[in-house]
Design a protein around this ligand. Structure first.
Ligand code: PXL
Length: 276
């Protein structure tokens, strides 16, 4: 019997778009965990490609929800955060980290705020500063290279070598992150991979690079990583399982040009369950 954990995930509900909570909830459930959710905002769609999306910020609800859970003595084995809706909200999430963790709980922060060298539409450098406080306090941080650059003040480069990545990872570890899972690290045109690092060792999991990038794969990856890790796999095994699963999700989507906004992750869930 795999570990059955109580996980809280805090991120937005993009009603359409296969990202954030509509990805995290099914993936963590499929991984075999009780999955509690705290929606950071409700959007009609995600912000990467749809125009005129609605955005309902739920920041003001969070302190009351936290207080209620505290009164009910509800605590979590893991807290995993993704896209957060406002600067004040990040502060409230830090209070949740401080008050709702079980003694041996693990925290995971996917600083979902940027990609391809740019911040997502609703964010600015003030948001980045607040995200640093949350990210640097996490047991596991799961950024892509763009997010790692914003968090460390390093220049974003499309082409780089191993020493650039070593410096980036070293800067994240030096800022307080216990473990770094850096995604989308590619040294050639046919492969990409994930760096898994802590103070004592750094490993690289290399896998095939598919010609088409897809929206929402960061959320699929982070959710699969958290699910695999909380089931008892090591960080490196979890990073590999999540990478292989994400590749399969993209493979399952690339031949459908209409499905540009996310990946068809659902039919591939049996593969993830089998691997976990
Ligand atoms: O996949 C990250 C993400 C999550 N939530 C919202 C987004 C994005 C990426 O653009 O817009 C609302």
């Amino acid at each position: 019997m795999k570990a059955y954990k109580k996980i809280l995930t805090i991120q937005d509900i993009s009603c359409v778009g296969q990202c954030s909570l509509t990805v995290a909830l099914p993936i963590l459930s499929a991984a075999g965990h009780e999955t509690c959710i705290l929606p950071s905002a409700v959007l009609s769609t995600h912000t990467a490609g749809f125009k005129g999306f609605t955005f309902r910020d739920l920041t003001d609800d969070i302190p009351e929800i936290r207080k209620h859970w505290e009164k009910e003595n509800i605590k979590f084995d893991a807290i995993y955060t993704g896209y957060l809706g406002s600067i004040r909200q990040i502060e409230y999430v830090r209070e949740i980290f401080d008050t709702l963790k079980k003694d041996d709980a693990v925290t995971f922060v996917d600083p979902a705020m940027a990609d391809n060298g740019k911040l997502y539409p609703l964010f600015d450098l003030e948001y980045v500063e607040e995200m640093k406080k949350l990210a640097f306090s996490a047991d596991y941080i799961i950024p892509n290279i763009t997010e790692a650059c914003y968090l460390t003040g390093r220049e974003y480069k499309e082409k780089y070598d191993e020493s650039y990545i070593e410096d980036l990872v070293g800067a994240l570890l030096g800022s307080g992150c216990g473990n770094v899972i850096l995604t989308g690290v590619s040294y050639d045109s046919t492969t990409t991979g994930v760096v898994v690092a802590n103070e004592t060792e750094t490993k690289y999991y290399r896998h095939v690079k598919l010609p088409r990038g897809s929206h929402g794969t960061g959320d699929v990856y982070a959710s699969a990583f958290v699910g695999a890790f909380m089931s008892g796999n090591s960080a490196y095994e979890s990073a590999a399982i999540a990478a292989d699963y994400t590749v399969k999700c993209i493979e399952n989507t690339v031949d459908d040009p209409d499905h540009w906004y996310g990946v068809k992750f659902e039919p591939v869930l049996p593969y993830l369950i089998e691997r976990i």
